[in-house]
Design a protein around this ligand. Sequence first.
Ligand SMILES: Cc1cc2nc3c(=O)[nH]c(=O)nc-3n(C[C@H](O)[C@H](O)[C@H](O)COP(=O)(O)OP(=O)(O)OC[C@H]3O[C@@H](n4cnc5c(N)ncnc54)[C@H](O)[C@@H]3O)c2cc1C
Length: 547
Amino acid sequence: MDKIYDYLVVGSGAAGLYFSILASRSGKVLLLTKNTLKESNTYYAQGGIASVEKHTDSFQQHIKDTIKAGDELCNEKAVEMVVSEGPGIINELISIGVKFTRDRSKGYYSLHKEGGHSKSRVFHFKDITGRELIRALTKMVRENSNITIIENMAAVDLLTEHQKEDSSLFNPRNITCYGIYAHDPKTKKIHKILSRSTILATGGSGQVYLHTSNPGVATGDGLAMAFRAGATVSNLEFYQFHPTTLYTEKEKENSFLISEAVRGFGGNLKTKDGKSFMHKYHRLKSLAPRDIVARAIDSEMKKRGDEFVYLDIRNFPANKIISTFPNIYKKCLDEGIDITKEMIPVVPAAHYQCGGIETDLHGKTDIKGLYAIGEVAQNGMHGANRLASNSLLDALVFAKISALSVEKYISRNVINFSDIKEWEYYHTERPIEKVVVSYLRNTIRRLVSEFIGIVRSDERLKMAEKMIDLLAWQARDYYMQTELSRETVELRNIADVAYLLVRFAGFRKESRGLHYNIDHPEKDNINWKKNTRLRSSGRRSKSVIIR
Ligand SMILES: Cc1cc2nc3c(=O)[nH]c(=O)nc-3n(C[C@H](O)[C@H](O)[C@H](O)COP(=O)(O)OP(=O)(O)OC[C@H]3O[C@@H](n4cnc5c(N)ncnc54)[C@H](O)[C@@H]3O)c2cc1C
């Protein structure tokens, strides 16, 4: 009999690590991650974690700011829950050794103010908050004997009734998850991993765009796996672009982020000829919410035919710049830009997936035994647009809440693991040709960037849908016709995410939050003040149900 875990956690960002630590108190955890433990979106987070500080701020104010950014699509209960858990989470992090920068003059933590926040409330560690969080959490995970860690192994598909010997038992309205199939690139073997509960904490899908702040691991695997298995996914038309990533001439896997905090610090956006332009778009100028800033930059670049705009912080003292943003200073210097003397060339890049696998307020999906937390999930916190630094808070709070919920689920349910098939080796032994994979991957990414980017139109979306259908078909076919590899697993997932993005962007016939369509430029509360949702039939077919 195969070993059966209590908790199978897929992904080692803030959500997966924190969940594993909490769940290990009540059972055996298997933590699986496709790269090293540290490689994740979390590791690269700079700005910090938004949370109310009781003397200068209030829950009501943080809730109000979040809901305003979400453009009337947040689930207010989710927002209230996440915001009110904030101070507790910060205290717990401090108690397990996470460091936050202090403001010596005030005798308290230094709190940054970021775009869309009415108060300074972002706890941070210098400009490397994510790195610090990962340092402390991975240390705890590695020292915990109830957590088994497997690195460099990727989840490929979820195990459901569909993988049982008698798949006539499969009922798309009543699916249970029994674990996953995972691919080990060293042995080229597929492992069947069984668990009483499966927690997807696989993060975002920025790699579906050509320019992204997300590292190479962010290929939307969890989203694609859950959709293929029959989970409802929602609100994927809302993709946040970070307005300011460092522009370089060389093509890179991901773009280096120039944190929101640089605009909060007083950074001023300028066109290539040195003229400020944000006053034309918003009363908060360069500190306007991200979507407005990203659209403004996109519009200025398109109008002028420029590849970038500038962010200027030269009028601040050099020592203050270097001590506040040591990481950004160093990184830019490595690229030949001294930010104390020169303006920083910046472009918008895909940054945060606001939609995802639909969950309730406990991280529960509509597949039994399957939970989703962190960026892969759509739990109502962010609505049509995420407020800066609310995502790490969301990931940590949902990890905490769902750990309690999953514990109850596994203690109350007896799960029948019999008859689950080994991986079917329907793939051929034919090795992949890297040129095919990289051509398909880059073509899909370019198409998604140019047709489903910051500004959309009906015509471009219609064209993109047809082209993506063809490319996705080719990607899936190539995945089936060659030996299983990390490259083709990711290619299939990127293709499935592109398929979802174009459908979701096409559904919504209005402009709201991060979704802007020039053919429907107004917000339409009568018809569209609702989430968009999609569910596959659970088979490997294209049929979808829109509810
Ligand atoms: C550059 C940058 C800066 C940011 N700054 C901030 C900030 O200051 N504040 C803030 O709140 N948010 C910030 N964000 C967003 C925030 O970092 C993410 O939303 C958050 O870290 C997501 O955490 P997560 O645990 O859900 O996913 P991640 O941290 O992305 O972790 C996902 C994990 O899943 C693993 N994985 C993926 N697919 C598979 C698979 N098939 N099999 C096994 N493992 C898999 C990955 O390897 C990774 O370990 C930033 C994001 C970026 C990219």
